[in-house]
Design a protein around this ligand. Sequence first.
Ligand SMILES: Cc1cn([C@H]2C[C@H](O)[C@@H](COP(=O)(O)OP(=O)(O)O[C@H]3O[C@H](C)C(=O)[C@H](O)[C@H]3O)O2)c(=O)[nH]c1=O
Length: 184
Amino acid sequence: MQIEQTTLPGVLLLTPRRHGDARGFFSESWNRKTLEEAGVDLPEFVQDNHSMSGAVGTLRGLHYQSPPMAQGKLVRCGRGALYDVAVDARLGSPTYGQWFGAELSFENGRQLWIPAGFLHGFVTREPDTEIVYKCTAHYSAANDGGVRWDSLGIDWGVDAPVLSDKDRDAPAFVNWQSPFTFEG
Ligand SMILES: Cc1cn([C@H]2C[C@H](O)[C@@H](COP(=O)(O)OP(=O)(O)O[C@H]3O[C@H](C)C(=O)[C@H](O)[C@H]3O)O2)c(=O)[nH]c1=O
């Protein structure tokens, strides 16, 4: 397991080992013990999500769930490729409003750990891209929220993404009141 810090303390890039052979490969995509032995202690996961986006340039985000249903997410790409982004939304954080992005793909096998208190979004780089991710809290429509994808200067690599109506109508970051506070 390769573990990399990012420019946002708390957000980690994880790359599980792949065992290749003539058939292809095998990889333990999630193993709590492996991470704990490497000094990474993630919260309990209670829900797995899986979405597929057909068109290149489909952008889902920037999303969050407000407390007490805030979600940490361990994100990976099951098919295709995507650019995954986390934004620090914790009021009082030294990195408040800062973002980090990484390409996650079937080929590179990389995963992004995004703690609760961060916005999450991604844009697809290949057709029929599938994202799978583990969440530390169950879905709660009442706590579901979003911030406009283009209101933080994020370099998504796309000018006119495919968006849901919800994402198209989301508030700009500057006009949004974060429900999260930095706890050191
Ligand atoms: C998130 C979620 C959605 N749904 C239902 C609600 C809607 O009927 C339908 C599509 O939901 P939505 O348009 O919110 O899906 P995404 O745009 O992919 O949203 C997700 O994408 C970003 C990148 C995230 O990190 C979040 O997990 C989530 O906000 O699935 C559920 O039944 N359970 C769920 O956990």
